[in-house]
Write a new protein. Structure first.
Length: 485
């Protein structure tokens, strides 16, 4: 019998698990993928929004500002990349400047600090690379950028160290109400629990509809991105938005915390909940709209494209509105929805963790732990460490002197750490998100065979057993499935 089962190991689920692990509770996080951060949380803009866009009085507005304020301190506590670089909303028509003032007023009602309107000359002083058509802008100094998978993994590892149990590769097939709580049925076994937290991303509607007659529908909203080489990562220093539309905040141009340049996303509602393919039309749209924000886009410096899915609710449960759906389901006591967490969900994650944890605590009344571990040390990066630190690491373990990924200068020692630490990597994508091996210009063309070899050696399996990410993402087809020895 568990006290709490959290469905979904994305950034919301892991933030909730981390907050609940402060208490004497038996917690399980069920994830159908093979690792944390396999859905929306791994494929997004990596932006910590200041909080001027959300409608005042909504959960989005409240949790955005709270989460943004918590993120920098959390990054120091859990050791993941974060940078407060400020964000800028561009206006391309003098006649639309009133919309910038509306955004500024909205942000001030939400509690965002330091907002100001910049004219063309002031804009050029803070961001010289903006497009020729930019007439004015809203400047938000509290806007920031973060490593989205770094945040997600850090929350998960800290929750695991504090006793939360993570179960991977188990999709929830059914949930049944019981006198004591719920019986959660997966592909492999049944789990009994007092409380269920539904943080299943684009699948949160399916999980909700297993227990409630008041139905919900989520339509995945696909966003396509282009990632550029670090050679042009300093093309802009702030995150550049365009005035938002009904489909979101539009195409942005931003540096990343790792020194790349990122452009996107598009916004297209699609039927497939796994539809993360990219398209020529979508990527051309990214380039076309981004050209308004910056001049002379270095197209030849694109190193990869990708797409992410946002959990956009198109049918709200009765009584809900155009907002995050976070709360106990009316006809399912002890079942808590955390649904529709689209933008600015990443920014809200620390606040969502606390908000939902408070709900669970009010139901179960647990005692706090005296031995909660609040900090976590990330993987040491040889590329970012001082000479003295590099020498120390190599002396302790010579594997830190063996470069595996030349593009990102990732060593075997870092890969071993990624495998051996709490919730260690079991796939090449898991290694990539923890160490950046494979994220450089060659996109794993050089290092991937060595990464597969290291994983197989450490996990004591054949190389044919190593996967990229999902259950069927094999690099080498085993003989029993038609492959060759």
């Amino acid at each position: 019998m568990y006290d709490v089962i959290i469905i979904g190991a994305g950034v919301s689920g892991c933030a909730i698990a981390r907050e609940l692990s402060r208490f004497k509770l038996k917690i399980a996080v069920l994830e159908k993928a093979l690792d944390v951060c396999e859905g929306t949380s791994k494929a997004n803009s990596g932006i910590v929004h200041a909080g001027y866009d959300a409608k005042p009085g909504t959960l989005k507005a409240r949790l955005n500002v709270e989460g943004s304020r918590k993120m920098e301190a959390l990054s120091r506590e859990l050791d993941f990349p974060y940078k407060r670089n400020g964000s800028i909303v561009l206006c391309f028509d003098e006649k639309e400047k009133d919309k910038l003032h509306e955004l500024k007023a909205r942000g001030e009602v939400n509690g965002v600090e330091g907002l100001s309107i910049l004219n063309r000359q002031e804009l050029l002083e803070v961001e010289p690379g903006v497009g020729d058509g930019a007439a004015a802008a809203l400047y938000a100094p509290t806007g920031a950028i973060v490593c989205p998978f770094g945040l997600n993994i850090a929350l998960a590892e800290n929750a695991a160290v504090n006793g939360a149990e993570f179960v991977f590769g188990e999709q929830v097939l059914d949930i049944q109400k019981q006198p004591y709580g719920y019986l959660v049925h997966t592909e492999k076994k049944d789990y009994e629990t007092k409380v269920v937290v539904n943080a299943a991303g684009v699948y949160a509607d399916e999980i909700h509809n297993m227990v409630s007659e008041n139905k919900m529908k989520i339509t995945p909203r696909r966003g396509e991105y282009l990632l550029f080489d670090k050679d042009v990562g300093n093309m802009v220093s702030h995150t550049l938005f365009q005035l938002p539309t009904a489909l979101g905040k539009g195409i942005l141009v931003t540096p990343t915390v790792h020194g790349n340049l990122l452009m996107g996303p598009t916004a297209q509602d699609i039927p497939k909940k796994e539809g993360t393919d990219t398209s020529r039309e979508g990527l051309e749209r990214v380039l076309g709209q981004a050209a308004l924000s910056v001049s002379r886009i270095p197209v030849k410096q694109v190193i990869t494209s990708f797409a992410g899915l946002r959990a956009h609710i198109t049918q709200f449960p009765e009584g809900a509105e155009d907002d995050f759906v976070i709360g106990q389901v009316a006809d399912a006591p002890g079942f808590i929805d955390v649904a529709g967490i689209e933008s600015p969900g990443l920014s809200c994650a620390p606040a969502i963790g606390e908000y939902v944890a408070d709900m669970v605590i009010s139901l179960l009344h647990p005692y706090p732990k005296n031995d909660f571990v609040s900090t976590r040390k990330g993987i040491s990066s040889m590329a970012l460490s001082s000479d003295e630190e590099c020498h120390r690491l190599i002396k302790e373990n010579p594997a830190y002197g063996n470069v595996v990924c030349r593009c990102e200068m990732v060593t075997e020692g870092e890969i071993l750490d990624a495998i051996r630490r709490p919730l260690g990597a079991r796939t090449t994508d898991g290694i990539k998100r923890r160490t950046r091996a494979g994220m450089g210009r060659c996109q794993s063309g050089f290092c991937n065979p060595k990464v597969v070899e290291i994983l197989a050696r450490e996990l004591q399996v054949e190389e044919s057993r190593i996967r990229k990410s999902g259950e069927d993402s094999w690099y080498i087809l085993p003989p029993e499935e038609g492959g060759c020895l």
